[in-house]
Design a protein. Structure first.
Length: 171
């Protein structure tokens, strides 16, 4: 499978909205940030302290497969208790259109991002996922991410598992 990453803000928002709709149809807890009404330009830029250049689409064999936000700061503040002054990347809002579920695209994306982090000299990639999503927890764990803590959201009542993949770099 040939994998490439492209900064494509509009398409990324569209894919993330499709993922939010899929979650809604299946009754997943939204945690506010996955509420379909909140998956829009203004909310995502504000909530994640992101810029359009932080929104990416992963293409698999030339076809848009996944969308995500990838940036060098903790956009939603879940990692604030774990800050250490080192350089980290943060992966948020990973979403796939329903027709792309179960094809191994997320595994390929994580490998690609791990390569980028190591080349760029980042210490790690950090992310979070809902404790109510065991499938995503397995995805991250089989790709070398380790649990680093739990963040309890007072506003939603949901628990979020904090994961980190460490590079061999110590910067």
């Amino acid at each position: 499978m040939e994998v490439s990453l492209k900064n494509d803000f509009d398409l990324a928002i569209s894919i993330i909205r499709a993922a939010a709709a899929w979650r809604y149809e299946r009754g997943f807890p939204s945690g506010q940030t996955w509420d379909l009404e909140n998956v829009n330009l203004d909310f995502l830029l504000r909530e994640y302290n992101a810029k359009p250049e932080n929104f990416f689409v992963m293409y698999a064999d030339g076809i848009p497969a996944l969308a995500f936000i990838f940036q060098d700061h903790d956009g939603d503040g879940m990692w604030s208790r774990h800050e250490d002054g080192k350089r980290h990347y943060y992966l948020t809002k990973l979403g796939a259109a329903p027709e792309n579920h179960g094809k191994g695209y997320a595994d390929e994306l994580l490998k690609k991002l791990q390569e980028k982090a190591a080349i760029d000299g980042a210490c790690s990639i950090r992310l979070d996922t809902g404790a109510h999503q065991p499938g995503l927890m397995r995805l991250y764990e089989r790709n070398g991410f380790e649990k680093k803590g739990i963040y309890h959201s007072k506003s939603t009542g949901l628990d979020w598992v904090l994961y980190e993949w460490a590079t061999l770099t110590t910067s």
